[in-house]
Design a protein. Structure first.
Length: 113
């Protein structure tokens, strides 16, 4: 189930689903060779994260160890430009199809009942 903490969506189930159900978001890009485990990376563009605050779990995308390290080293704008991806758009699509988002939204509508 999802939780809302300080107006922030937290869905451990969604993050686990991303880690186990998908390959790296840039897996098909020839200039990138995936390596390591899949992480649920939180996109910050247009998100509600701030200094020291992780954005909603609904903004997460799957990235391998190598890509996850790279995005933190070069920044998301440079990463998206380098690989020609829109991670925020991908995160939105993944959240929309996630069964965890449906559970979260239902929980919100019913007031947690």
């Amino acid at each position: 189930m999802g939780l809302r903490i300080d107006d922030t969506i937290r869905s451990p189930g969604h993050l686990a689903w991303l880690r186990k159900s998908f390959v790296c978001a840039i897996n098909q890009i020839p200039s990138h060779e995936c390596s390591g485990h899949i992480h649920a990376h939180h996109c910050r563009e247009g998100a509600n994260g701030g200094m020291g605050k992780k954005p909603d779990d609904s903004t997460a995308v799957p990235l391998c160890d190598l890509a996850h390290t790279e995005i933190h080293n070069i920044g998301w704008k440079s990463f998206e430009k380098k690989y020609g991806v829109d991670l925020s758009a991908l995160a939105g699509k993944l959240w929309k199809i996630s069964s965890h988002s449906k559970k979260f939204l239902n929980h919100e509508r019913t007031g947690g009942r």
